[in-house]
Design a protein around this ligand. Structure first.
Ligand SMILES: Cc1ncc(COP(=O)(O)O)c(C=O)c1O
Length: 481
């Protein structure tokens, strides 16, 4: 048995580190070993408990009500507010859209109105639930434009969405103006605070300028906030809060139309592990309000020092309202090479492709744990930029660029995708014939950056399809036919 766990640890050693504050996307690190330990032990203790039935596992119901209560207090929710624990930001977003759609069954072709900077989870929701998504261009400061949002809203609109903050640029939308307009028309307004909802209230308490965005804004009807981001909890927990039980009602699903137990769900999952909720509850109880205030002080000190340390040819795209920073370069180098160079120095920073007329950027989600090594981060970044300038921007062959730009993914066959994946360097074959991922990504990213968003999506779907293929005949498994 210990051999299995040793093998597991060996497998895991190829992954990005989740501790140490050097992974600036995907993971959020408090840097506190005790918080981590308590969270993990709680996950393990509840790994087999089933959140499907609160009467069978009343401790999970208790923990859910505790965590939702903490979130409600944090986000200025009125006494009428209710909420649900979900598996993550995307599930909270999906349920916000689904409940808005189903609150307006009189609307036959429902639409949602979002700024172009809204998280891709809303595109997924629109796709899943047959809702049209109206993307509204943002202002020059990357914040949603209230007048343009209002102009895109009409009788078919079931939900207006804003971000606090947006993932790609880290700025808070003008929630008050947009929510007020939505309320005047009787339309729901959701604030996607998945990534910022647990730090922005503390930022305000620390005296930083944060525009109003919580339930204190009258027209806000729901807010999503993730515990597995700046709640520093183990993965698998988010909160979806609604202003009133009536706003939440369409989110519930029940079915007695079969011979088994009556299915009764508040989320997309039915059977669900109690682990993530127990982990989040334990982290919340350990840190408490004071703990989050301290971690917020740390993370904002780290953000301020990083922003102050950015030097040409890098620049901060827009001063961040929260803990996310987007960095752009000039023509002397490209952001994709900087990401590779940072990886070579033990730092993960995330490439963001060009979009809507704006060039590609480097994304940083700064964690409290990063504070301890901000100087090291800035040194690595300086070296990475120097290396990227020395290498020059990645040159994509103009013929290849023109070819990719002209491709229509809808007309491509599986064989075409195989050829394109090989040509782009996204997948190669090792000597043993298995798929191999590229070590450096700059060339691949530069090529993807030239493709249309639709082409990028299609290529990456083909890529994921090729990656996820079962290992047959594994030792210890059944003998294949
Ligand atoms: C603003 C925002 N909304 C939604 C999500 C989706 O969250 P998840 O990845 O937990 O599904 C994210 C993730 O980064 C986010 O930043």
């Amino acid at each position: 048995m210990s051999d299995v766990l040793a093998r597991l640890r060996k497998l895991q050693s190829a992954d990005l580190p989740v501790h140490g504050g050097r992974t600036l996307a995907y993971v959020y690190d408090s840097g506190l070993a005790e918080v981590d330990r308590v969270g993990r032990e709680a996950v393990a203790a509840y790994a087999g408990s089933n959140g499907l039935d609160p009467t069978a596992f009343p401790s999970l119901l208790q923990m859910e009500n505790d965590v939702v209560g903490f979130a409600a207090d944090l986000l200025d929710a009125p006494p009428s507010a209710v909420g649900t624990i979900t598996s993550g930001g995307t599930e909270s977003v999906l349920l916000a859209v689904q409940s808005a759609r189903d609150s307006r069954l009189d609307v036959t072709t429902p639409t949602i109105v979002v700024p172009t900077t809204v998280h891709a989870a809303f595109h997924k929701a629109a796709h899943y639930f047959g809702v049209e998504i109206r993307q509204v261009p943002v202002s020059a400061d990357f914040r949603a434009d209230p007048a343009a949002m209002a102009a895109a809203t009409d009788d078919s609109t079931v939900l207006v969405v804003v971000s606090a903050p947006s993932y790609a640029h880290g700025v808070v939308d003008p929630v008050e103006a947009i929510a007020t307009d939505a309320a005047a028309r009787g339309i729901r307004c959701h604030v996607d605070a998945c990534i910022g909802g647990w730090v922005l209230p503390y930022a305000a308490r620390l005296g930083r300028p944060v525009p109003p965005w919580t339930f204190a804004v009258e027209g806000v009807t729901s807010i999503s906030v993730d515990l597995h981001k700046y709640g520093y909890a183990p993965k698998g927990t988010s909160v979806l809060l609604h202003r009133t039980p009536a706003h939440r009602r369409p989110q519930f699903f029940a079915s007695a139309s079969w011979p088994g137990y009556t299915m009764l769900n508040s989320t997309m999952q039915s059977t669900k592990s109690g682990g993530p909720l127990a982990g989040a509850w334990a982290v919340l109880e350990t840190l408490g309000d004071e703990g989050y205030l301290r971690l917020s002080r740390d993370v904002f000190e780290a953000v301020d020092r990083i922003v102050a340390g950015i030097a040409a040819p890098l620049r901060v795209v827009v001063p961040p309202d929260s803990t996310l920073v987007a960095l752009a370069t000039d023509d002397s180098c490209d952001p994709f090479t900087i990401c590779d160079e940072m990886a070579a120095r033990g730092w993960y920073v995330q490439p963001q492709m060009s979009y809507d007329g704006h060039r590609a950027t480097v994304h940083l989600s700064v964690s409290a744990a990063t504070l301890a090594s901000v100087d090291e981060f800035l040194t690595a970044l300086g070296e990475s930029v120097a290396a990227a300038v020395a290498a020059g921007p990645v040159a994509v062959d103009p013929g290849v660029a023109a070819f990719i730009a002209a491709l229509d993914p809808a007309t491509l066959s599986d064989d075409d995708f195989d050829g394109l994946l090989a040509a782009s360097g996204l997948v190669g074959e090792s000597d043993s014939g298995s798929l191999e991922l590229p070590g450096r990504m700059a060339e691949v990213n530069a090529m993807l950056d030239l493709a249309s968003p639709a082409m990028r999506e299609a290529l990456l779907v083909a890529f994921l399809d090729r990656l996820s293929r079962p290992v047959r005949g594994a030792a210890g498994g059944p003998t294949p036919l």
